[in-house]
Ligand binder design. Structure first.
Ligand code: COI
Length: 356
């Protein structure tokens, strides 16, 4: 990113009402290095936001040994509040992904302490406009300057912060998705449930083709049967069919979303029948044809709740419900964002206040 303004008001690009996703970064970042030959993790430090200087042979650049996370901090109603949404789940998932990628785990308490410290330092960057938040991106990369294929012995763990608005240009308005049976995202035993760059790289070509056809995202099918539904790459997926809310079960190929987990709990408490099970694309097509497909929506940290108005499968287009945002998606979005910003009580103990 190079040079950044010392404060957000000085930035010509900064308008809290026009925030997109992932383009503006705050003044500081956290860094912590790991060296197997020097006793493991070194002392963490918060430094000015800056470019990384990497050796051209840095292992991550060649073999993709990397893990990241995404979570959000919200400005609460009290000036002092900084509310994090379920950070314990992101930290646990980060370390689970690290284990899969042969990366040393980060102590959870240290992770939480340092992340909170960084967010407190850059608290002026937390946007307050409705629908905005401070997106937190912890990342770890393999840094050995070495071209042999093996796990790195050195790593850089860093956290950057990013004031964001809606992830999709559509905001909370419904998106259109296309079901692909041409490409696959992941298969069992692979990396599908880890939050690592390779999964996103695998999704790019399908996403480009989807965009060319006018779709926002790709709905992935199981790699083996090309039949059961998996996820949307940037979000998990939910269907409401005949009053039952269904989401694909976690079987090792999809990301165990923090928002997914929250939606399941929340939708149940709102009186919905919620089932985690295999769901085939044929079942969804049948439901669309017989009029029992009431809603489709995605869930994710960046996307929050994203209603789906149409989907395409094998060249045919299907409308979901009446093509508008459904009542369950709306209620989940409204209540979830109200809890996240402290405007509604949090009956689950999900929010962690790191402001004071
Ligand atoms: C998130 O929801 O935090 C994600 O990581 C999805 C995407 C921005 C990669």
């Amino acid at each position: 990113m190079g040079t950044l303004p010392r404060n957000r008001a000085a930035s010509p690009q900064y308008d809290e009402n026009k925030l997109g996703f992932g383009t503006i970064f705050t003044e500081h970042m956290l860094q912590m290095r790991y060296s197997a030959d020097e006793g493991g993790w070194q002392v963490p430090e918060i430094v000015s936001f800056q470019d990384l200087v990497l050796h051209p042979a840095t292992m991550m650049l060649h073999y993709g040994q990397q893990v990241f996370e995404g979570l959000k901090a919200f400005a609460g109603p009290d000036e002092e509040d900084i509310l994090l949404f379920r950070p314990d789940m992101n930290i646990a998932r980060f370390n689970k992904s690290c284990a899969r990628l042969c990366i040393p785990i980060v102590d959870s308490d240290l992770f939480m302490d340092q992340m909170s410290k960084l967010i407190r330092l850059d608290r002026d960057w937390i946007p307050r406009t409705h629908g905005t938040s401070l997106y937190v991106r912890p990342t770890i990369i393999a840094t050995d300057p070495f071209l042999g294929v093996r796990p790195s012995k050195q790593y850089l763990f860093y956290i950057i912060l990013c004031p964001v608005g809606a992830y999709y240009p559509e905001g909370f308005n419904p998106v259109k998705i296309v079901v692909t049976d041409k490409y696959i995202r992941a298969c069992r035993g692979g990396l599908g449930e880890a939050k690592t760059a390779a999964n996103y790289a695998a999704s790019l070509l399908a996403a480009e083709e989807a965009h060319e056809e006018g779709f926002t995202q790709v709905l992935w099918l199981n790699a083996v049967d090309k039949c059961s539904i998996e996820e949307v790459g940037t979000m998990n997926i939910f269907f409401r069919i005949d009053g039952e809310v269904v989401t694909p079960a976690l079987e090792g190929t999809i990301l165990p979303g923090v928002t997914r987990d929250s939606v399941i709990r929340f939708a149940r408490d709102l009186g919905n029948k919620v089932t985690e099970r295999q769901i085939s694309i044929e079942e969804v097509v049948r439901a669309a044809e017989t009029g029992s497909l009431q809603e489709i929506f995605g869930s994710g940290t960046a996307a929050v709740i994203s209603p789906v108005s149409h989907f395409r499968y094998k060249g045919r287009d299907y409308m979901v419900g009446d093509g508008q945002t459904g009542p369950v998606a709306r209620r989940l979005f409204d209540d979830l964002t109200a809890i996240q910003t402290g405007h509604k009580p949090d009956p689950y103990g999900w929010m962690v206040n790191v402001g004071k």
